[in-house]
Design a protein around this ligand. Structure first.
Ligand code: SF4
Length: 314
């Protein structure tokens, strides 16, 4: 199918694992009938929480950019910058948010951003150490085994002869703990395939800084040869599934036979819901899909000439 190039990114892999149909519509179709709204580089946020998360991420990136150039942000400036960014994002997508909810959302997110500067892993960036560090946009890819992989760390810090690659999670992830750890390890592959970073795994540590409702929690991820191999295996498996789904979508442009979401919560925030068979309930849509598949199999069997008929036909 034209327009689709196999690649791996956390967003794409998570969507595919959550709902193959939504993934195929988002990444694998060139038939625009099902792709509404028109695909853009970033899809608009669907909920206020999603909008806040994205705004926190973009303001954080701006904050790091300035910090890197030693431009300090005062507390009122940081607050104003974030609040203006939220207002702009709301205007851009024309979202309606009640005043009370807006004020609480801004306040909480502001506190979350301020707390991030104080976490143990990132505090050195704001106290003048370390001397070598960098920040990255997740949209920067690296070619790993011939595949475009979007797995850049959010921050990399050089400390005690090693690079610490930091993954920030502004919201808790849903994937299994092992799945998440293998995803985090792709940061090491990403770095080893970037100019300026060492090529050996011993030169890296991996840290995850994750927001858990009230506070940022930090943990390290073990880096070993075996785990790095597994993380590549996970990526290869995801990409293989994507290629297969893309072919399936190509063979059935209606997408009616493609697997639906694993959990119904996925449907609640899905922008493809109005055109999806699951718009009135995931369970009933799945049953209807199974019935259709069964009847197709039965029709195919009954249309097949029986053995004695085949003999007389030959
Ligand atoms: S509504 Fe549910 S099943 Fe349909 S595409 Fe969206 S997530 Fe998938």
């Amino acid at each position: 199918m034209k327009g689709y190039k196999p690649h791996w990114s956390q967003t794409s892999a998570r969507l595919m694992n959550a709902c193959p149909r939504a993934w195929a519509i988002t990444y694998a179709t060139t038939s625009n009938a099902l792709r509404r709204p028109k695909r853009t580089t970033t899809t608009p946020p669907h909920t206020f929480d999603e909008l806040l998360t994205r705004t926190m991420r973009s303001v954080w990136l701006k904050r790091l950019e300035d910090q890197y150039q030693r431009k300090l942000w005062s507390e009122p400036y940081a607050r104003r910058t974030f609040e203006n960014a939220v207002d702009d994002a709301i205007d851009l997508v024309n979202m309606r948010v009640p005043q009370g909810q807006l004020a609480i959302g801004k306040e909480r997110s502001n506190q979350q951003l301020r707390a991030l500067e104080q976490c143990q892993t990132l505090r050195p960036l704001f106290t003048g150490q370390p001397r070598r560090w960098g920040f990255f946009d997740r949209r920067t890819s690296a070619t790993i085994g011939g595949m475009e992989v979007y797995a850049a760390p959010d921050v990399a810090l050089f400390h005690q002869h090693r690079w610490t690659l930091v993954r920030l999670q502004f919201r808790s992830a849903r994937r299994s703990l092992l799945g998440q750890q293998l995803e985090h390890l792709l940061m090491v592959h990403w770095a080893m395939n970037q100019p300026g970073f060492p090529k050996n795994m011993e030169a890296f540590r991996v840290k995850v800084v994750q927001w858990q409702g009230q506070a940022w929690k930090e943990h390290s991820v073990m880096v070993s040869e075996g785990l790095l191999r597994q993380s590549l295996g996970l990526m290869a498996h995801d990409v293989q599934e994507m290629t297969w789904l893309q072919r399936w979508a190509n063979a059935d442009p209606t997408m009616d036979s493609l697997p639906l979401a694993v959990h119904h919560e996925q449907c609640q925030r899905c922008r493809h819901r109005p055109e999806c068979p699951a718009r009135n309930g995931l369970a009933s849509a799945r049953e209807a899909q199974e019935r259709k598949a069964m009847s197709r199999t039965t029709t195919r069997r009954s249309n097949r000439p029986r053995r004695h008929e085949r003999r007389s036909l030959s």
